[in-house]
Design a protein around this ligand. Sequence first.
Ligand code: ADP
Ligand code: ZN
Ligand code: MG
Length: 294
Amino acid sequence: MKYEIVMGLEVHVELSTKTKIFCGCTTAFGGLPNSHTCPVCLGMPGSLPVFNKAVADKAIRAGLALHCEIERNNRFDRKNYFYPNLPKDYQISQLYFPICRDGWLELELHDHSQKRVTIREIHMEEDAGKLIHDNAGTLIDYNRCGVPLIEIVTNPDFSSPEEVLVFLERLQEMLVYLDVSDCKMQEGSMRADVNLSVRPAGSQEYGTRTEMKNLNSLKAIQRAIAFESERQIQVLEEGGAVKQETRRWDDEQGESFAMRSKENAQDYRYFPDPDLLPIHIGDEWLEEMRNRMT
Ligand code: ADP
Ligand code: ZN
Ligand code: MG
């Protein structure tokens, strides 16, 4: 049987603000481990977050460039999970009212055909710390904790690795030009997770997808797509069913490995963060951002 690939992306982009999203610590890459930290980004009891408006400015710029609707009434939600990269045990994110919705980006492919990829939403959130696994055990560096991110979620509109790569290159160019992010995949300031499913060619229904993480370069993304689509086709050809799960790409071995079964929003017990006020984006603010784009 002939199969076609269906993909959607979740792209995390670290914003190039001087300071973190809810405290005054620097966002500079590197530095002595745990030196860019304070009680807020270390999640000390009693510390309170204060929103950095420059984060919304950059998120709005990205949204306008991607032809999105800007959500005027923003709010932050707590995404609860227990893992040592996040000392508060929750990530401050946006589930219910993402700052941008319903955008698109037009791509020009190598054969000069056009392809429009639609954006479902862009939300703001904080980055987590970095776990380093080595012989000494697991080490933790919280410098990245609280660095502002936007997550750009596309609809499942991609049907070839070329489309994915061209999209990421265009996005990178655009966000660097707009001073939203430096978008360095090697430094992790742009990270794309690829959701991928396969289906019989011509079918209207979606197949079950997997989500691949740990893709650190465009080359890795290309290889991961090739491997994962082949793997899924083989599972189906053998009469099996693809499991909905999160998989980790191992670029050295050239394979993806199952990490965990896919969690959904209920698993995180999202609720509005009571420590942060809602943010209203008024006409004046939006107008100012629009004017700065031209
Ligand atoms: P969840 O709520 O479980 O995170 P979403 O609906 O938010 O799932 O989708 C996450 C990502 O997966 C999006 O980028 C979306 O385009 C993509 N996606 C959804 N369904 C499929 C599918 N069947 N095949 C490939 N990608 C998909
Ligand atoms: Zn801090
Ligand atoms: Mg999602």
